[in-house]
Design a protein around this ligand. Structure first.
Ligand SMILES: Nc1nc2c(c(=O)[nH]1)N[C@H]1C(S)=C(S)[C@@H](COP(=O)(O)OP(=O)(O)OC[C@H]3O[C@@H](n4cnc5c(=O)[nH]c(N)nc54)[C@H](O)[C@@H]3O)O[C@H]1N2
Ligand SMILES: Nc1nc2c(c(=O)[nH]1)N[C@H]1C(S)=C(S)[C@@H](COP(=O)(O)OP(=O)(O)OC[C@H]3O[C@@H](n4cnc5c(=O)[nH]c(N)nc54)[C@H](O)[C@@H]3O)O[C@H]1N2
Ligand SMILES: [Mo]
Length: 761
């Protein structure tokens, strides 16, 4: 067999660098949006998609889960540069047809870059790679479903199949999918959340009784202090910058905590506001703490210790009424804080005590505090305890369930939160299973299933034979690329339900299927007419999303139709009329309403302007914990000890990508152009290691005594703390060890990979 490459090729594309930007958006963002959209499709189609984006009743932007304003929205543009790129990527009129797959073998395709694969266009027909063959070929939908059904039914146990979900899947598709999987008999439902905000869900669930954030978009205008930890909103949640701009104009102070000085956190120039264009935009961050990678727990502990000292002096820093009536474990927590040492904590996070004091003073002086965070907090070994320490800070101040205060884990994929609400979870709550049993009259499996890391291990050990993915790019998004590739290749059947070609189509089981599906922007026409779907944003608003564009091919099926096809071909249980559900998604929503709390009058309420909020107890200062109280927690500090030759590496997103989808080769705000195989490094570390600017190096990780190597990266001198380095995801995923994950949440430690560096020349 010709060699198939699980990693992107190592060819260089021609690096250029300049000074990093000091502000985000502005005209260059507008220009960049237009370039991407009109480069990928005719002008009429481009305008139609952009004008409908994030409008009430329009298309929900697939680029992130940041909420839309509840009230008035901009008539022309409720989207951002990166939303426009996401649309260009999906609504493109370029397509890959069966002829394309006759031309390129799987092995040849695996030698192409991720960028090239994406640029080939939308998938148009179901494809099969038969056992022993080198090329994908056309297959009918009927035969595809039969193949899946036969394979699933031939397994000795349903637990030998795995069903992955990425977070773009709508509520309707996700609900049907988990129903099918549980009727089939397993809870093996790993999802992208396992690699993303699982640590937030674990920490918040345990301490506040709900694994979701508590603030609403309106709270930003009312907040007095906003902390932003481990998040790069200028690139990954650009619409958040408008909320931060408003907050600043209402007097809020912003504290940013990040190893990199990210342009989007410095200053925002709203591209559609004349005031910003003429007068230069809004300075966002008041205090920037350039923390060492994984220093956050030490910093938060230092802040909380300083709060305690201030409280002991003045007696008016803590919200004692809240603490004594609505929380527990306060005394033990305070005792643990007493024994902390501020100098040691300052040393551990790499921030001078004076700077920590200045930031903490803002928290001492104010009550309405929002803490925002994303992957910089969630992808470390100690992520869950770090986020619990965020909760401690808010509890001390009583800043939870009040206007202008609370938790704000900023979600990634546009419906990742909704998929979880719909039951895409390997550890389903009892209430969900009980309700499924009642409504659908079957015995759902009670044993917990496999999460992402456990799924890879099970495939690797030959315990799983079928892998089905509802969206996403499992191979490239998961850790330890070479290990995961071998695991996937152990399967008898791999099935990818996708919109675009990606590397997961190329690393396959004995037989492989690619099932092409409609995306968010596509018109979804079923027997009862045009359908819309629903999604839940980062703040728990459920609203509709309706595609408007003519699908690129007549052979695409919607995700609900694909689930129904698989279910009909697989299940012996014929209780459910799957065709009726697909004919009109209102019927699916009726079933969701019967099964999941908070969806009363779903079909009615979701048709109202802007949708509806799901119930959220912490938002009302109530806690769904066993004691109905919020919990203080004691979080031990363990620091990562580096040898002299070692560095701690974070794998982050550039400005021109959506996860594993590469839109382009620039990271404009960071001043890095036309190259993704780079490693950002402190100049003093470079000098010590005798590395020059643009020197080519190999990167190694040796976790568990196994050598992992990422070949050929270019050294870029960058303003980053000593001993900390940064590379891009997914190129560096090969270095993330499969056995290194967060305690409790099992999220791979993609932001604290210990590496060594070796010059090639
Ligand atoms: N355009 C675009 N939008 C996206 C995505 C995309 O790829 N492209 N992805 C979507 C998804 S699924 C997600 S989850 C989100 C991701 O959104 P982010 O979490 O913003 O994404 P990352 O690039 O992983 O950025 C992590 C940030 O954390 C910082 N950081 C890393 N380690 C640490 C640390 O130890 N401590 C602190 N304090 N900071 C640290 C990095 O410097 C970086 O600024 O964005 C969503 N939106
Ligand atoms: N090293 C490292 N690894 C990481 C991360 C990191 O920061 N560092 N981040 C992690 C995070 S936060 C996440 S969320 C995961 C992301 O992991 P995934 O969600 O698995 O990956 P994506 O790149 O978002 O998936 C892209 C593919 O989804 C398909 N797709 C797009 N839209 C649709 C649709 O509407 N329907 C269907 N069926 N398919 C669609 C397309 O074929 C596209 O190629 O990666 C994780 N991996
Ligand atoms: Mo994510």
């Amino acid at each position: 067999m010709p060699k198939i490459n699980p990693q992107a090729p190592t060819d260089f594309t021609g690096i250029e660098t300049s000074k990093p930007a000091t502000e985000a958006a502005g005209f260059s963002a507008v220009f960049s949006s237009m370039k991407h959209v009109f480069g990928a499709m005719p002008v009429r189609r481009g305008l139609k998609s952009l004008l409908n984006l994030n409008q009430k009743g329009g298309v929900d932007c697939p680029s992130c889960a940041w909420p839309d304003p509840d009230g008035e929205r901009s008539k022309i543009a409720e989207y951002c540069e990166n939303g426009a790129k996401a649309i260009a990527e999906e609504a493109t009129t370029r397509k890959v047809t069966p002829v394309f797959f006759q031309k390129y073998s799987v092995s040849q395709l695996s030698q192409k870059s991720d960028y090239w694969l994406g640029q080939q266009g939308r998938l148009t027909q179901p494809l099969v790679l038969r056992e022993g063959q080198t090329h994908y070929e056309k297959i009918s939908w009927e035969e595809s479903f039969k193949l899946i059904g036969n394979q699933l039914n031939s397994l000795p146990s349903p637990d030998e199949a795995i069903f992955y979900t990425s977070g773009r899947t709508s509520n309707e598709a996700a609900f049907l999918y988990q129903l099918f999987i549980r009727m089939y008999g397993t809870n093996n439902m790993p999802d992208c959340s396992n690699m993303c905000h699982e640590s937030s869900g674990s920490a918040l669930g345990e301490t506040l009784g709900l694994g979701k954030g508590s603030v609403k978009l309106d709270d930003f205008e009312k907040a007095e202090v906003i902390l932003i930890l481990g998040q790069n909103p200028g690139t990954n949640h650009p619409r958040m910058l408008s909320a931060l701009e408003k907050a600043k104009r209402s007097g809020a102070k912003i504290i940013s905590i990040n190893p990199l000085i990210e342009a989007g956190l410095l200053k925002f120039k709203h591209p559609q506001e004349l005031r910003d264009v003429l007068f230069g935009g809004e300075i966002l961050t008041d205090i920037y703490l350039q923390i060492r990678i994984n220093g956050d727990l030490a910093l938060l502990k230092a802040m909380n210790k300083l709060l305690l000292e201030a409280e002991q002096k003045s007696g008016n820093v803590f919200d004692k009424d809240f603490i004594f009536n609505q929380s527990e474990n306060y005394e033990n927590y305070i005792e643990s804080l007493e024994s902390e040492n501020l100098e040691q904590l300052s040393e551990a996070c790499g921030i001078a005590l004076d700077e920590i004091k200045a930031a903490t003073q803002l928290i001492i002086d104010h009550k309405k505090i929002i803490v925002c965070w994303a992957m910089g907090l969630t992808q470390h070994k100690n992520s869950v305890v770090t986020i619990r320490e965020v909760v401690n800070l808010l509890l001390l101040k009583g800043s939870i369930g009040i206007e202008g205060g609370g938790t704000c884990p900023v979600r990634g994929h546009s419906n990742v939160q909704g998929d979880r609400t719909m039951g895409i979870y390997e550890k389903p709550p009892k209430i969900l299973l009980d309700n499924l049993q009642k409504v659908f009259d079957f015995d759902p499996p009670r044993k917990h299933g496999l999460d992402t890391v456990a799924s890879i291990k099970a495939m690797s050990e030959g315990k799983v034979k079928v892998f089905i993915a509802m969206g996403g790019n499992f191979l490239s998004a998961t850790p330890d690329t070479e290990f995961t590739a071998k695991a996937l290749q152990n399967c008898d059947l791999t099935v990818q339900i996708s919109t675009k070609l990606n590397r997961s189509h190329l690393i396959h089981g004995k037989t492989a299927l690619i099932l092409p599906t409609l995306g968010r922007t596509d018109l979804d026409l079923q027997i009862n007419g045009e359908q819309f779907v629903t999604v839940e944003d980062s703040m728990g608003v459920v609203h509709s999303s309706k595609g408007v564009l003519e699908p690129i091919s007549e052979h695409l099926l919607s995700e609900p139709a694909i689930v129904a096809g698989m279910a009909k071909a697989t299940l012996a249980n014929k209780n459910l009329d799957w065709d009726k559900l697909v004919a009109n998604y209102d019927h699916i929503r009726d079933l969701i309403e019967k099964t999941i709390a908070g969806f009363e009058k779903y079909n009615y309420r979701v048709r109202q302007d802007g949708g509806f909020y799901l119930p959220n107890l912490p938002r009302e200062r109530k806690f769904g914990t066993d004691s109905a109280k919020a919990k203080f927690s004691i979080n031990e500090l363990e620091t990562i000890q580096l040898l002299e030759c070692e560095y701690i590496m974070m794998t982050i997103r550039s400005h021109d990508q959506f996860n594993t989808t590469i839109y382009g080769l620039d990271d404009r705000y960071r001043g890095i152009y036309n190259e993704r195989r780079i490693i950002m490094m402190n100049e003093k570390d470079m000098a010590e290691a005798k590395l020059e600017k643009y020197q080519v190096v190999n990167l190694f990780n040796h976790h568990g005594g196994i050598e992992r190597v990422a070949e050929k990266f270019i050294v870029v001198p960058y303003n980053i703390p000593r001993k900390c380095v940064a590379t891009y995801f997914p190129e560096a995923n090969v270095l993330v060890p499969i056995d290194s994950f967060a305690d409790i949440s099992k999220t791979p430690t993609s932001k604290s990979v210990v590496i060594t560096i070796k010059a090639l020349s």
